[in-house]
Design a protein around this ligand. Sequence first.
Ligand SMILES: C[S@@+](CC[C@H](N)C(=O)[O-])C[C@H]1O[C@@H](n2cnc3c(N)ncnc32)[C@H](O)[C@@H]1O
Length: 258
Amino acid sequence: MHVHYEELTDVARYIENHAHVTLDDQKTTLDNILHNIQRFRKLEPGAKVLEIGVGSGWFQIYCKQQGIDIQGLEISPQLAQVAQGFGDRYNQQLDLKVGNIEETEIGTNRFDCIVAASVFEHVEDWQQGVKKIYDALKPGGVFYFDSTNKFSFTSGEYNFPLYGWMPDRMRYRFRIARQGPDIMKLGIDFHQFRYPLLRRHFKRVGFSKVVDFVDFKDLSRKNLNPLKKSVFRSLKAVRPLKHMALTFAPATIFICVK
Ligand SMILES: C[S@@+](CC[C@H](N)C(=O)[O-])C[C@H]1O[C@@H](n2cnc3c(N)ncnc32)[C@H](O)[C@@H]1O
């Protein structure tokens, strides 16, 4: 994958679809991500965080508002500019670099936390990206990952029944036919992941703890509705039930500790 400076249709579509979103709309999601990360590593003032794939920049802005020292790496120059614009609106100067996680130097033992939310499905050589993230984390540092889940019944990538179930090549051809060839430059989900594949890979890379979404779910949170709480309690207790639920869940979500 490369950085493309020309306008890409999927980026233009993303910007248009997200133009009306505000920080308030995002707060619950962002707060949940930060809360879950902090169960594994407290982000004290001065902690260093890197976000890969910043999109409209909401996580950057929210972290800055909490006093967290956060940087961002974003492959799309247009999106980096949009994120910077939202940052200005909320009086936050974002520290963004344009680059591809597959190639950009992000250092060694530098970060307390690295976040990649809805990004790795777009990273062609995803194993290389994960390796860079592992190296860039300090010992005990935390990687927050969320991405596609192949056997989900719905997909955030493209609204079509059982979209993720298609073989990769068929999915690429389908998207090119529907959205034009530049979808392959940015926007295509190169990968539809699965929990067992990711769990194995994260362990192989060297993470000491690899915890999925069901296991790290905090049932003591006040905003969790009682029905959801009892479902999660059962999933935590009955492992085969958990694995079945994760097979069809809408996303793959992990927290990994170096
Ligand atoms: C679906 S958006 C998610 C944005 C944000 N993380 C969120 O959760 O709202 C994916 C973002 O990842 C960026 N991206 C895709 N591939 C990337 C790569 N190889 N390196 C860095 N950023 C990438 C895209 O340009 C886009 O901003």
